[in-house]
Design a protein around this ligand. Structure first.
Ligand SMILES: Cc1cc2nc3c(=O)[nH]c(=O)nc-3n(C[C@H](O)[C@H](O)[C@H](O)COP(=O)(O)OP(=O)(O)OC[C@H]3O[C@@H](n4cnc5c(N)ncnc54)[C@H](O)[C@@H]3O)c2cc1C
Length: 425
């Protein structure tokens, strides 16, 4: 992969700081919807020539459930045709509650309005997604600066003045970049947001998500399982076969104080604990890979736009991963931002060059467009885990009634499916 270096001071239209899932996707969407826009993507980690060895936090050993709405976006970008080779289709989602026989399921065949190409979604390993996004970026005019760590930002009348240097090269002279729009996509606990005085609201979940790849004795049949237990929710997502073996990605939410013990179990004990907690709906678990733990909280930025500034990805909203909504919500945000800017650029008579992509009216229009979906999706991800984790009889009754409703009521099921697919707007 080509790495680029910048001249001492450069003027550009949009600077995106952070080349993770959010930043790389936004760069692609801007290049697609806003041809002619001068875009730079700055990432602190180096990008190796061999994209398969991409070593960024977003593209680690996790897998991402990509909802039907997001697949549509990737299809429009021309990324889906390459991605499908690495993706396992989700044709059914089964939701169940440990200790109760009731379960509900959504199927692509039944919920066709919430499907894309016969799928409710698809699961892709992040380590495969990253290289694909970066390969797609090579075919755009986006300037990728890496390794480039943004050390300082000053908002100016013309937008934002960034200074950056190669990560770890504190003695190197900082280079500077003047951007009409700065998009911060530097992840959760964003130092740039702090520097800009943007506060966050946080709710601690006191939980960790344990993530690993498990081997299954039988084919998963394209089923994604959401299993709620009294100690936290679990998701088991279908993965493509490897060397003829059936595989699934496990996201197992554990309470604080318990996750280190579970993560430290031998493979045999881990599998037996998993089998006991998850049950037999996916058959026998036969292997477990390395287990990684992620601390969970809800973190929401109090502002997402200002003149010359927008936030996307984890720095804007960091969600509980159980419903697999974080990246999907981010992709819809990025799609909307790129479309709003693209529309403004193509308005007849608009002097876009003068007003620029950082204009407050434009960014507020984007924010108004996104508020409803963000509120729904964040509320959905935040309220479901405690509801299902509660040992209260009343809540236990309510969630069984909820599952019953999902199992029996076509309208409720269709609404739920469309929300989960990111097509509910
Ligand atoms: C366990 C788990 C499972 C998940 N599963 C799903 C799922 O199935 N479906 C779904 O939709 N979502 C899922 N998510 C959410 C998804 O992972 C996030 O939406 C995604 O990681 C967003 O990444 P990001 O680009 O905002 O942040 P990051 O991945 O943190 O990327 C930020 C980037 O910015 C760079 N950076 C930071 N500071 C600077 C700087 N000063 N200068 C330059 N570069 C900088 C970093 O190096 C990094 O590459 C899951 C999350 C977790 C924790």
């Amino acid at each position: 992969m080509t790495q680029h270096t910048a001249a001492a001071t450069t003027d550009i239209d949009v600077a995106i700081v952070g080349g993770g899932m959010a930043g790389a996707s936004l760069a692609l969407l801007l290049a697609h919807h806003c041809p002619g826009l001068n875009i730079a993507l700055l990432e602190r980690h180096p990008l190796p020539d061999d994209t398969a060895a991409l070593n960024l936090p977003s593209f680690d050993t996790r897998a991402t459930a990509i909802a039907a709405g997001s697949l549509q976006i990737f299809d429009e970008l021309g990324v889906w045709s390459a991605l499908r080779e690495y993706a396992a289709p989700i044709t059914r989602v089964q939701v169940s509650d440990r200790g109760h026989s009731m379960s509900a399921s959504l199927s692509a065949a039944r919920e066709s309005a919430a499907s894309f190409a016969g799928m409710l979604g698809a699961v892709v390993e992040n380590a495969a997604l990253g290289p694909l996004l970066y390969r797609a970026l090579e075919n755009t005019g986006v300037r990728v600066l890496a390794p480039a760590e943004v050390a300082d930002v000053v908002m100016t009348a013309a937008g934002a003045q960034l200074s950056w240097r190669p990560a770890g090269a504190e003695t190197a002279t900082a280079e500077s970049l003047q951007a009409r729009l700065l998009v911060v996509a530097d992840g959760v606990d964003s130092p740039l947001c702090r520097r800009l005085g943007i506060a966050t609201e946080e709710v601690a979940y006191h939980q960790h998500a344990l993530v690993t790849t498990v081997g299954l004795q039988q084919d998963h049949g394209g089923v994604a399982f959401e299993r709620f237990t009294e100690r936290g929710p679990m998701a088991l997502l279908p993965l493509p076969q490897r060397d003829g073996g059936h595989r699934a990605a496990l996201v197992w939410t554990c309470e604080e104080g318990d996750w280190e013990r579970v993560a430290g179990l031998s493979e045999k004990d881990f599998l037996s604990h998993l089998q006991q907690t998850f049950g037999w709906r996916a058959g026998r678990f036969v292997r477990a890979g390395q287990v990684q733990g992620y601390p969970l909280k809800l973190s929401l930025a109090r502002e997402q736009v200002r003149r010359g500034l927008a936030l996307v990805g984890n720095c804007a909203h960091f969600l509980h991963p159980v419903a697999g909504q974080g990246f999907n919500l981010t992709l819809r945000d990025c799609d909307a931002l790129a479309r709003v800017i693209g529309r403004a650029m193509s308005e007849p008579g608009a002097d876009f060059r003068q007003s620029g992509p950082g204009e407050l009216n434009l960014l507020e229009a984007y924010w108004r467009e996104r508020q409803h979906d963000q509120q729904l999706t964040i509320g959905f991800s935040d309220r479901i885990p405690p509801l299902f984790a509660s040992r209260s009889l009343l809540l236990g009754g309510l969630r069984q009634a909820g599952l019953l409703g999902l199992a029996l009521a076509p309208a409720l099921r269709a609404g739920f499916a469309r929300q989960a697919a990111g097509l509910a707007l």
